[in-house]
Design a protein around this ligand. Sequence first.
Ligand code: UD1
Length: 365
Amino acid sequence: MKKIVTVVGARPQFVKAAAVSRVLRREFEEVLVHTGQHYDQNMSDIFFEELSIPKPDYNLGVGSGSHAHQTAEMLMRIEDVLIKEKPDALIVYGDTNSTLAGALAAIKIHIPVIHIEAGLRSGNMNMPEEVNRILTDRISDVLFCPTNDAVMNLKAEGIEKNVYNVGDVMCDAVLYYGAQMDKHDSEYYKNRLVSLKFNRAQIGDEWYLATIHRAENTDDIGKIEQILAAFEMLDRRVIFPVHPRTKKLVESAVDKHGYQNIFFCEPMGYIDMLYFLKHAVKAVTDSGGLQKEAYILDTPCVTVREQTEWVETLGGNCNILAHPEKEDIYRKVAETRIDESAKRPYYGKGDAAEKILKILGGLIK
Ligand code: UD1
């Protein structure tokens, strides 16, 4: 059996790997490497447990740090694993520091790099994710794109060899785990949510679901205050699972303003998140994954960013961009009309992992 080393490290990658590993292991020996970029129980372990992701063969324990420190530590430790394991190829997902470190460590010692979720672009080089994507795509041997737009982005950069539009592996995950979500009733999920909350707000029967964690929105308190002020004005409770990078900032904003309409809680597991997203009146987020999960689950979304890589979601205002300003966010959440008829199944039918396996079976012999 041919051997593939897969490198994951951050929350969205656990979801993508869950969808692919299950299928990949039918025909390949997979060695799973967790860089340790995300390490908290509810940022990491819970995903492995809930999604039945195989236990990592290596946990590199890199943890937090500046971009250079974090990436450099990963590079050194991943190289050691690659030299020991001598895989036929390496898989990386998405656009995090773990993605770039895995790809760079592999190419330098001539191990072919497979990039899943290739070709996405925001056009904003101030985002660490944009830098990670462009560099990873440039050094990848096989590029699996989630959409046709992603294929076109690569073409514009002169990357055309071994580029495949297979659909989105996150869509595979939403459809597969969505079926598990439906096994429980609303009481079950509400009880779980209450166990995660850390302020006094009650949930109610209708809610908005919000997540904000990007560096561009969480680097200064002014921006997060604007965003939370918009949530405070809305007509239903806002459930806000707080990413650890945002926690200190949120806590100081709460101390100052004592929000009443926001239900702050710890990060949730994937299946709980799917439930609260599917049943939300709208989602408000700056996450890449959540915009698309909202689209697939038919929940309208407001994205607090200046641009999105998932341009397909914008049709019919199913997803709409907002500046990190109180009035703009409020207006777009409260007033935007949505034309559901603009929706198309851009992200595939949930068979992206199967397509990837078929192509890799032909390429790696
Ligand atoms: C990373 C990705 C981002 C992705 C996000 C998903 C990069 C450059 N960014 O951002 O693209 O959308 O993951 O969540 O790779 N922390 C904890 N516990 C954890 C993880 C993080 O406390 O388990 C805290 C640390 O204080 C850390 C901060 O969060 O300094 C940021 O974590 P890091 O992994 O560097 O980046 P994210 O913001 O999570």
